[in-house]
Design a protein around this ligand. Structure first.
Ligand code: FE
Ligand code: FE
Ligand code: ZN
Length: 283
């Protein structure tokens, strides 16, 4: 079965997100752990979580993806900004233990002129503090479009972060289709080639999730503007290939397209109709 869902608003709590997911035909979803611009998180509501966990069993939800506020920067030049990012992520991961077995995605950060090497050191050091052997959440580095001084614009940059991590079993990668296409990986004309590169440099066993987004801009534009599925420069044919690809089809797919719930429901229905249910590539 296709594991497909979208980004949902966390403001009504977990049960509300679960109900929205069911309503739009999703069996996974992504949510911000708190206001995406930072700020404090809502108190944990254990009753809401218990109801939600019941609902997710009834509806066979697959793994969920939490997204860190995108303003956090683990590799800022300012030590206070770095510390704020680290403390926020530590707090998020504590809260994630209330819904164990899910994933937590974050943007590696922007090195803001100190250089990629320094940035990577900062990110790796922070992760070595944050990751704990007992945690039940897998932390994911997101592939980035390469806007400004963003780290994570290439598979090599992500690999050099992973190389410095002690608890590598707690760390994986989330591939964003809009971002990698913007960064210069041609998933439209050479999906197999891009996946081979990913496998050689990072290892496909490190790929845990896909952000499914079309792009408003042409190949290699480094802009990071998401478009609705099939309405951008990536196009529906490529998304059909991605969700059915033998090396990707088992992964959870999360839409982050510019949509409200009805638009997401439509995209989910379209992608489900393109998914080949019983194909056996090894036969
Ligand atoms: Fe993101
Ligand atoms: Fe994304
Ligand atoms: Zn993006």
């Amino acid at each position: 079965m296709l594991k497909i869902g979208c980004h949902l608003s966390v403001s009504g709590g977990f049960t509300a997100m679960g109900k929205d997911a069911v309503e739009i035909g999703a069996n996974v979803f992504q949510f911000f752990t708190r206001n995406p611009r930072g700020g404090s998180a809502k108190a944990i509501d254990e009753k809401d979580i218990a109801t939600f966990l019941e609902l997710s069993i009834q509806n066979n939800f697959a793994v969920l993806l939490a997204h860190a506020p995108y303003t956090l920067n683990l590799c800022a030049a300012d030590a206070n900004i770095r510390r704020f990012a680290l403390e926020t992520m530590e707090d998020d991961l504590k809260r994630m233990e209330y819904i164990p077995g899910n994933m937590y995605n974050f943007h590696p950060g922007s090195h803001v002129g100190q250089g990629v090497e320094t940035g990577i050191e900062f990110i790796a050091n922070a992760l070595n503090t944050i990751l704990k052997p007992e945690q039940k959440t897998t932390v994911l580095l997101e592939t980035m479009a390469g806007k400004g001084s963003e780290i994570g614009r290439s598979f090599e940059e992500l690999r050099s972060i992973i190389d410095r991590i002690e608890l590598t079993g707690k760390l994986g990668v989330c591939l964003d289709t809009c971002h990698v296409y913007d960064a210069g990986y041609d998933i439209v004309n050479d999906l197999d080639g891009v996946l081979n590169q990913f496998d050689k440099i990072i290892g496909l066993n490190k790929l845990y999730a896909i952000h499914l987004n079309d792009s408003k801009n042409p190949f290699q534009s480094h802009k990071d503007r998401h478009e609705k599925i099939g309405q951008g420069s990536i196009g529906l044919e490529t998304f059909a290939k991605i969700i059915n690809h033998p090396q990707l089809r088992h992964l959870p797919f999360y839409l982050e397209t510019p949509n409200e719930l009805p638009g997401y429901a439509e995209e989910i229905a379209t992608l489900k109709s393109l998914y080949i249910e019983n194909c056996n590539f090894n036969a």
